[in-house]
Design a binder for this molecule. Structure first.
Ligand code: HAM
Length: 429
């Protein structure tokens, strides 16, 4: 195929055989979120570039290297959203939805865009399901969000394959003091740092903590730790969160090096990780961002949330072999018709059946064809039964009713009796 007719690198088609798993995942999660009292919000895929630059932070990989940014015809700088939190905050402010301490519990789903190096589990267009909560400052809501994701893993049958990494980043003042101490420590060892970490010394030194480079990790062994710099309130918040996770028996690992890749976090930070997907093992990440709304000019408004990567979760479901078999349920009935008059009668009958038997999965043959070819298609469709309509059946106002799987002879059924007969057969099948 010529190059111009290929999808953009890192942007994937989700083909018909894959969409049932996607829908299963999305519907399971959406159902769970509604049960916990969260409402859906749908946001634009593009925003003004400034929103992300200010929200996610200059100096982060996402803003510095990964955004799809371009000028529109009006010379405005726009960016395809790399994540959903900044846009949600923008929408809250624009519509006054967090004013007066209004609590908002929201979820969203959709494509996000980052110019990253594509590999298994990492794409340039990927999909997130995310949750954001506003105006609840305590650790109780942080715990609810984490417990809710845990419930999802249980529902999906993957709870044993993921572990929770937990950290607190403290207040922004505490983090600033820690940053200073860390930079002073690393400055003395600057020459031994890897190139990426050297660059981060000025842009985002805390990110050096989760460097994948072994020699850098070795250098960090004696480094000051964030927890020594925490403020009292953040410590109390973290204790409150842990107590709630303990209360439901949710196990976690404290990871002091977990700092997350976006700048807006304070206090709680968490990631769910798996070792089953290779390098891209984080399936869900989030945390608290109490300063973000005011950073955008709003009144101080606590916020907390997370987002999960749908591609990674689909991969994990498949790797673990826990995709429910019944997702690919075939049709119930395939209707064959021979000749124009029978085709017209079959069409009318099919529409009546769709009304009379709610939920029936009925395929009506299209494109005419011989007995042989229509039966072949009926068989291939996986349907339980074929309905057959030719001139003789038309004259007698019956259909030939033929079981396609297992036992049973073909018999004629009167048109009037068909809905009841079909409903009973489908239920038994
Ligand atoms: P994030 O950690 O950047 O957080 O992304 C969340 C999840 O999206 C990741 O854990 C991963 O599963 C998935 N993901 C990220 N990048 C890619 C990619 N290139 N390909 C495939 N999957 C990817 C956020 O985006 C925050 N907005 C989450 C949040 C919401 N924090 C508070 N509220």
């Amino acid at each position: 195929m010529s190059k111009s007719l290929q999808a953009i690198r890192g942007m994937n088609d989700i083909l018909p055989e894959q969409t049932p798993v996607w829908r299963y995942l999305e519907n399971t999660f959406a159902g769970l979120l509604e049960e916990y009292g969260y409402s859906e919000i749908r946001l634009p895929i593009m925003e003004f570039t400034e929103l992300f630059a200010r929200g996610i932070g200059e100096g982060t990989d996402v803003v510095d290297k990964e955004m799809y940014t371009f000028l529109d015809r009006n010379e405005e700088s726009l960016t395809l959203r790399p994540e959903g939190t900044a846009g949600t905050v923008r929408a809250m402010l624009e519509h006054g939805l967090t004013g007066g301490g209004q609590v908002q519990k929201l979820w969203y789903a959709g494509p996000m865009f980052r110019y990253e190096k594509p590999q298994k589990g990492r794409y340039r267009q990927f999909h997130q399901i995310g949750v954001e909560v506003f105006n609840l400052p305590g650790p109780d809501i942080d715990a609810e969000l984490i417990i809710l994701t845990w419930r999802l893993w249980q529902k999906l049958g993957m709870a044993d394959a993921v572990t929770l990494q937990l950290n607190t980043l403290g207040s922004s003042e505490a983090r600033a003091r820690y940053r200073e101490a860390l930079v002073a420590y690393l400055q003395e060892r600057f020459e031994q740092l890897d190139e990426d970490s050297q660059r981060r010394m000025t842009t985002n030194p805390l990110r050096i903590l989760d460097s994948k480079v072994e020699s850098t990790q070795a250098l960090l062994v004696g480094a000051p730790t964030l927890h020594d710099y925490l403020d009292e309130e953040s410590i109390a918040h973290f204790e409150g969160l842990k107590a709630r996770l303990d209360a439901v028996g949710l196990r976690y690992e404290i990871n002091q090096k977990l700092v997350r890749g976006l700048d807006y976090y304070c206090r709680t930070a968490f990631e769910w990780v798996t070792d089953r997907l290779g390098a891209q093992g984080t399936v869900c990440g989030g945390g608290r961002y109490d300063g973000l709304v005011s950073q955008f000019g709003g009144k101080p408004t606590p916020g907390v949330g997370f987002a999960m990567g749908v591609e990674r979760l689909v991969l994990l479901l498949e790797t673990l072999g826990v995709v429910p078999a019944e997702l690919k349920r075939p049709a119930d009935v395939y209707v064959c018709a021979f000749g124009e008059p029978a085709e017209l009668a079959a069409l009318a009958l099919a529409e009546k059946l769709r009304s009379a038997v709610p939920g029936i999965r009925l395929l009506l043959n299209a494109g005419a064809g011989s007995f042989k070819s229509q039966f072949k298609k009926a068989d291939k469709s996986g349907a339980q039964f074929a309905l057959i309509l030719g001139d003789d059946e038309l004259a007698a106002r019956v259909v030939g009713f033929k079981p396609l799987r297992g036992e049973g002879e073909q018999q004629n059924i009167a048109w009037e009796a068909l809905p009841e007969h079909l409903a009973a057969c489908i239920q038994r099948a």
